[in-house]
Write a protein that binds this ligand. Structure first.
Ligand code: PRP
Ligand code: URA
Length: 208
């Protein structure tokens, strides 16, 4: 499969090991989520289009670049929220559009409960943020919502992906690049990623 980008960066792997640890408390879990999101954003934005500009330094004019696309961040509630601050550190003027989905525990299908997108898209490129790509149902539903909204360029930025979820998202939307800190082994019978990190929402917010 092309368009799948597990991070090659040792710092990402180091932080992910801390994130996975069952002993990592919510405060540290949130910090690590934010830091990993920033590092993955650096990788996910390597190819974004730029425009040539001239900037005046105190001494002379210098050639420079400015990012062309107006970027929207789309965290999938709840767990995607923890990635926003990290991305904002690199793209401070990005708009944030929340999509609320939860997985029905029995069917594992996503149920939409929050969506306030305006009628017309306000951004030209979206980064979908969700730490966990498990069955892929939530990611597929979110990309579908954004496509219907009219966004042409979409990238998925997650932390851990299961092969099942990666295949699902890639089969539905092969044009959407998938950036991850790691690809894990498989899903368990309850749709949790193994070895994974448990429930990303509960671990961030201290619930569950
Ligand atoms: C988790 C996670 C993803 C989804 C992934 O959210 O944050 O959104 O599950 O699973 P999938 O790939 O099988 O769809 P959850 O539904 O637990 O909601 P929460 O973030 O509010 O805890
Ligand atoms: N959602 C999570 O938070 N963790 C998983 O392993 C799967 C879905």
């Amino acid at each position: 499969m092309d368009n799948i980008f597990p991070s090659p960066h040792p710092l990402v792997a180091h932080k992910l090991s801390l994130l996975r640890n069952v002993k990592t408390e919510p405060k540290r879990f949130r910090e690590l989520t934010r830091e990993i999101a920033a590092l993955l954003t650096y990788e996910a934005t390597l190819d974004i289009p730029t425009i040539n500009v001239t900037v005046t330094t105190p001494l002379a004019d210098a050639p420079g670049l400015t990012v062309e696309d107006k970027i929207g961040l789309v965290p999938i509630l709840r767990a995607g929220l923890g990635m926003v601050e990290g991305v904002w550190e690199l793209i401070p003027n990005a708009e944030v559009w929340h999509i609320g989905l939860y997985r029905d525990e029995r069917t594992l299908k996503p149920v939409e409960y929050y969506n306030k997108l305006p009628i017309e898209p306000t951004v030209s490129m979206c980064l979908v943020l969700d730490p966990m790509l498990a069955t892929g149902g939530s990611a597929v539903a979110t990309v579908g919502i954004l496509k219907r909204w009219g966004v042409r360029k979409i990238k998925f930025v997650g932390i851990i992906g299961a092969p099942e979820g990666i295949k699902n998202l890639h089969t539905h939307y092969p044009e959407v690049p998938i950036h991850l800190a790691a690809i894990d082994e498989r899903l368990n019978d309850h749709g949790y990623i193994l070895p994974g990190l448990g429930d990303a929402g509960d671990r961030q917010f201290g619930t569950g």
